[in-house]
Design a protein around this ligand. Sequence first.
Ligand code: MTE
Ligand code: MO
Length: 221
Amino acid sequence: MAEQREPPPDSKLTRSKQRWAQEGRFLTGRIARPETERLPPGQHLTRDWPTLDLGLTPDIPRERWHLDVYGAVEQPVFWSFAAFLAQKQTQFTSDIHCVTTWSRYDNQWTGLATRDLLAACQPRAQARFVVLHSYDGYTTNLALEDFAAEDALLAHSWWGAPLEVEHGGPVRLVVPHLYFWKSAKWLQAIEFLEHDAPGYWEVRGYHNRGDPWAEQRYSGD
Ligand SMILES: Nc1nc2c(c(=O)[nH]1)N[C@H]1C(S)=C(S)[C@@H](COP(=O)(O)O)O[C@H]1N2
Ligand SMILES: [Mo]
């Protein structure tokens, strides 16, 4: 089991984001289709890469990093960074869509595809959800089907360079088809569950699933 972690106290930014969620800020009511429109409704393109988190950057060097995979799985996993790197490596290029309305195209990620992680840990038949736990105390929840998306991965590099600590290095999750708050930075543990367990933003007014194409920004959308 992963140890208990306390999320950091609310900051000014997390308080405004929580208020925007209550007000339904950034909702356009338009719908878009991923097959015909690359930019989801209400998003604008950015060329730089903004940093968004709880205001606390855990400094976990690769030598001290571990991934703990536990819960409803046949084969719990506890990997050092070297053991993680020894798994099959995959590259995917995908777009980022942040709920605060910026999108960033063409991010090349290298790491372990979530499907290969699932092959290693073998979720039990009853497992239907995952909760990601991060070194900063952040959590986020996903349905197993979303976690298992064909372009989702546990990424350690971006365009061939080690993922910078501000962006979640040593290892972050990347789930391109959902808003980026689902893509946990500084990944520490993955818990498999039979029942859903909403995470940090999901209990503060964000949508439980977060599909940018359906503009699922906030709960109730
Ligand atoms: N561990 C952790 N992961 C996190 C967050 C966080 O606060 N802590 N913020 C989420 C949010 S709200 C966004 S938009 C993206 C931002 O990733 P970036 O800083 O690399 O752009 O990380 C997500 N993953
Ligand atoms: Mo975000």
